[in-house]
Structure formats: structure tokens, C-alpha cells
Design a protein around this ligand. Sequence first.
Ligand SMILES: NC(=O)c1ccc[n+]([C@@H]2O[C@H](COP(=O)([O-])OP(=O)(O)OC[C@H]3O[C@@H](n4cnc5c(N)ncnc54)[C@H](O)[C@@H]3O)[C@@H](O)[C@H]2O)c1
Length: 425
Amino acid sequence: MRIGVIGTGYVGLVTGICFADKGFKTTCMDKDKEKIAKLNKGITPFFEPGLDIILKRNLEKNIEFTTDIEKLVKQSDIIFLCLPTPPDNDGKADVKALIEVANQIANVDDDRYKIIAIKSTTPVGTCDVIKKIISEKRSNFDIVSNPEFLREGSAIEDFFNPDRIVVGCSTKKAENVMIDLYKNFPSPILVMDNRSAEMVKYAANAFLAMKVSFINEIANLCEVYGADIKKIKEGIGTDKRIGSHFLEAGIGWGGSCFPKDVKALIKMGDEKNVEMKIAKAVYDVNERQKKLIVEKMKNRFDNLKGKNIAIWGLSFKPNTDDMRSAPSIDVINELIKHGCTITAYDPIAMENAKKIFSNVNFAKNMYQASENSDALIILTEWDDFKKINWSKMKMNQKIIFDGRNILNPEEARQNGFEYYGIGVK
Ligand SMILES: NC(=O)c1ccc[n+]([C@@H]2O[C@H](COP(=O)([O-])OP(=O)(O)OC[C@H]3O[C@@H](n4cnc5c(N)ncnc54)[C@H](O)[C@@H]3O)[C@@H](O)[C@H]2O)c1
């Protein structure tokens, strides 16, 4: 069974490289020539822990990279579509990359049976749209929805050991091929229809975003009532019906998936006159949460104009260089609007951040960023920041706003720092 992957971004590249590592002959295609040239030299175009090592051991053995879609289609039995589905101006998921590629696949002169498996997160009904486009030119194929649940930063572990594998298909033949493909994975395979599989992905992401928005709202209440959100997390997270994951209070969720997927779910409801009240609240609570840290700073300083602010952490979460919809963007832009000077440090994401911010200073390390600052804000929970060496902190005013609750408030205060977390005393 030969595998093809179209789109070598975070999902496609991990999928291609990891299937190759499982021993499948794999071809990856992208329209981005630079990316493909880098990959052919064994260079990964983004940071994902361990991915470069697996790439190197499979290059020239099990995996090849190309910009030639015709070649990929002809030599693959299963073709994974790992294409972007960004929000359009209305917040609806834009599937034009999938439509473009479906047309290209349809036009390849080759009538061997194939499975087109969609890993992109797509609005319910997209499989039907893609099927219609391809079936105008060819018949010997099936469309499968195989949504991806990997998390950036732990994508390899997630690929090899997913909690479950969702396979949405409409024929027994496609079901059998997909079960065969995944037979050596240690995970349950949930077979369902295309539309349900597409919906599972949106429901999962909206539910996870809801947990975070919920705990953030409770954290805000903890602050005014003098309770401690870490104790609440423990108190509710030990209830098996609730579970302890995704209950970390902070400055809000971001990234390339939650914001766009919650929005797309709301839009899917709008299109059929089903108001997605919870999803809307989940989104709104998060928008408010991103602004609260600056409100807290305004309360502390009265006037933020002219303040030197140090930022630790830029990526939307640790162990990735992905800056897409990172809360740091909202927070930094708001501080700049108030007349602050920003000096930022992130262990991995600074190169990507430089493409976003033209008016931010970037420091060589976390301590240099905090030098002479009037306050430090922690926006990403990188491990390095948890191991803070207090004696290296040469701040102008020793004030910390910990947007991820990673420092010990007592320890900070013992070291002479004013400490503000999220929902903690
Ligand atoms: N990033 C994640 O953590 C994650 C997790 C689960 C699901 N998803 C979903 O997977 C999909 C892909 O996400 P991503 O983060 O990998 O996106 P990405 O932007 O990192 O990668 C998309 C890739 O597709 C390529 N591409 C775009 N149009 C193309 C075309 N016409 N032909 C060939 N290549 C083309 C781009 O050059 C890019 O390399 C999205 O639907 C996303 O919602 C993402």
C-alpha cells in the first residue's frame, strides 16, 4: 500500500514522515517549492520536536518529496489531503485548497482504485463536495474523512498513539483498506459515516475550548472572591466525569485550530438556522480573557504609557514555533497601543514572531528580555520559564503578570516580586 500526502504543513508532514517510519512507501507533495527543496535536503520547515530525526532516517528510503501532483496520484493507493482550511471573512472554513486539489486529482489520467482521505478539518458535507468534483472525471475511488487530532509540540507521540482513529467512509471497500492501514496502531478505530466523522473533529475542538473558557471564567471569579483556581482544578478535575485535562487557567486559547474551528462551528449552525449558543459564549469568553491581563496592568500602573514591558513566550503553546492566532499577538498589540515598549523572548518562535511584529525588540534570552523592565508578562508556559533563577532578574520594577500560572506565587513574593497570576492568590 503506497501513501500520498498532499500539503506538507504541520499535519501533512507529520503524517507523511510517520507513515514512512511505519514502513510505508510515502510521497509528499506541496505547491510550495521552497518547502519541498528544503525537505529533500532533510530540513524540516518548522519546529516539531523529533520530526527532523525521523525525516533523516527515512529520506531516500521510504519517503520522497515533490511538487508534482500527477506523479503522487499515479503512485499512491491512499491520498491524504492535509490542506489548510482557514476562516474566510465570515469565519466559515474556506475549503478552496481542497477543491483545487480535487480538480487536479480528477484530471490525472489513471484509473487504479484510490482512497482520498481528508485529514483537514472540514465543514460537514465537504466529503460530498469533493466526491462530486472527482466523480465528474473518474469513478474508481472512495472519499474518507479521517480527521486529525494531533497536537503541535507532541505531534509524533500523538500520531503513533492516538486516543482513537476516526474513519468516516461510505463503502465497505474503503473501510477495509483504512482498517488495514491502521491495524498496527494501538488505538481503537471508530468507523462511521463521512458527515459524522467531519462533525467529530469540530465537536472535539469546541469541547476542549469550552473547558478552557469555563475554567478561565471561574478563575476570574476566584480572583474577586479570594479563592484559588489551582485548588478548584484539583477539586473538579479529580471527578472522573470532568477529568483534569484542559483545566489550566490562563490568558486564553489560540493556535491554528481552536479559534478557527469554534468560529466555523458557529457558522455551520448559522447556515442551518441552529444557533450555537455555547460555542458563541466559548469564543466570546476567550476574546475577553485575552484582554484581561492588560486591564490588570492598567489597574496596577494607572498609565501604561512609556512602560518597558518584558514578554516571555510568544508561540500559542510550548514546544512549537507556531504563531498562528497566538494570544501573545493580541496582548502585545494592545500594550503597544497603550504606549508600552516591548522586549520579548521565546525559545523557538522568535523567527516567526519577527514576521508579525515590526515594533518589538527581541532578546537573546529570558533574563536579557526582563532587564530594566517595569513588568514581566509570561504568555507561554515553556519549561525554561518555570526554572526561573530569581537572582538573574534585573528588572526596573519587580512586577510579574503570570499569564500561565507557572510560577509559585509565594516564591516570587519571597524573592521580592509583586506577583499577579490568573485566579490565584
Ligand atoms: N496544525 C494542527 O495542529 C492541526 C491539528 C489537527 C488538524 N488540523 C487541520 O489540518 C489542516 C492542515 O493544517 P496545518 O496546520 O497542517 O496547515 P499548514 O498551513 O501548516 O499546511 C498546509 C500546507 O498545504 C500546502 N498547500 C496549500 N494549498 C495547496 C495546494 N493547492 N496544493 C498543495 N499544497 C498546498 C501549504 O503550502 C502548506 O504547506 C487544517 O484543516 C487544520 O485545521 C491542524
